[in-house]
Design a protein around this ligand. Structure first.
Ligand SMILES: [Mn+2]
Length: 331
């Protein structure tokens, strides 16, 4: 029903702006590109505008050169009637695009459990692994034939948000969609290599340092690690090269919650990423600090220095673990 309503709104308008969250990754960009292709098939004009640039490891996606940044627009006033916001739980998460879409009709399509339904119409489904999955469904509802480029973009969106089909958000539906997509011109081995196997030598030097300084609570249930600006510059690294470190650290047996503390480049605080391996809800933990995300993966910013942020975090996570232990067992 909601898909039909969204398609009806699309049919009634001509010009669209698509945007996603700040620091976009595979799901944000892949969904945007596939959505743009769907709109073009429906004879619409589309611009994709994000606050931040496309990360290097997904630059291989077809159509990626059409993704614009707020900064590069300069004084240009983008003409459009409808904004489609993908993979963003709040309007704040789209950064500077928020000002561009003021007063426009907003379609929000998202899978974050923390989504606050900021759109004029909202399709939020936390059971979907990725927005990519949702765009696949939208394609099906529209009866437009998926093309090779869109198939690849949706595949990348799903692959990146499920940690290559490993995380708990991977459902039978996710695999069904992936199976459908692999009937198109997709080299899955090449896609995997592009996304996961393009780390620089120095990134591993940094990883070595991270692993040496890994910390955990006495009960071993909370494991965390830190990356400071000094560690980055010492290894000649500037970009978000360490995003995948948390996927490695969550492999530790017995860890229930894992956190990655990254000093912000402007020194204005600490960015924290969380992963949960049990039913401890890290969306709730991130919310304590004004962030959010999913039950098993979330993030926030703590506007403190590293030592203070670490202390605050330890306290909140230990409380959450304690609460879980006090909960009556389900039989
Ligand atoms: Mn996503």
């Amino acid at each position: 029903m909601i898909k039909k309503q969204i398609l009806d709104i699309i049919k009634k308008h001509k010009r669209f702006l698509i945007a996603g969250h700040i620091n976009p990754e595979g799901d944000a960009i892949g969904s945007q590109l596939a959505m743009a292709n769907l709109l073009k098939m429906m004879d619409k004009e589309v611009r994709i505008v994000n606050q931040d640039c496309v990360p290097k490891n997904i630059m291989f996606m077809p159509g990626v050169e059409s993704v614009e940044q707020v900064e590069s627009l300069g004084d240009e006033v983008v003409e459009f009637e409808v904004a489609i916001i993908l993979d963003s739980p709040t309007l704040e998460r789209i950064g500077g695009v928020k000002d561009i879409i003021k007063g426009k009709y907003v379609i929000c399509i998202d899978h974050h459990v923390s989504n606050c339904e900021f759109g004029d119409i909202n399709w939020v489904d936390a059971h979907c692994s990725s927005v990519g999955e949702m765009i696949f469904e939208l394609f099906k509802s529209s009866h437009m034939a998926i093309d090779d480029a869109s198939a690849l973009c949706i595949y990348v969106a799903i692959m990146t948000d499920t940690g290559s089909f490993r995380y708990s958000n991977t459902t039978s539906r996710t695999h069904q969609i992936a199976a459908d997509l692999l009937l198109y011109d997709i080299n899955s081995k090449q896609v995997y290599e592009n996304i996961y196997e393009t780390k620089s030598f120095n990134t591993f030097k940094l990883l070595a340092q991270v692993l040496t300084n890994l910390k955990r609570t006495d009960d071993a249930k909370f494991v965390w690690f830190k990356v400071t600006n000094e560690m980055m510059s010492k290894n000649g690294l500037t970009s978000d090269c360490c995003e995948d470190f948390i996927a490695l650290v969550r492999m530790i047996e017995g860890a229930e919650v894992v956190a990655f503390l990254r000093e912000m480049e402007n020194g204005q605080g600490v960015k924290v990423s969380f992963r949960s391996k049990t039913d401890i809800d890290v969306n709730v933990i991130a919310k304590t600090f004004g962030g959010g995300g999913h039950k098993a993966a979330s993030g926030c910013v703590i506007k403190k220095n590293m030592d203070e942020a670490e202390k605050l975090l330890l306290n909140v996570v230990e409380q959450a673990i304690k609460k879980k232990m006090e909960r009556p067992k389900q039989y």
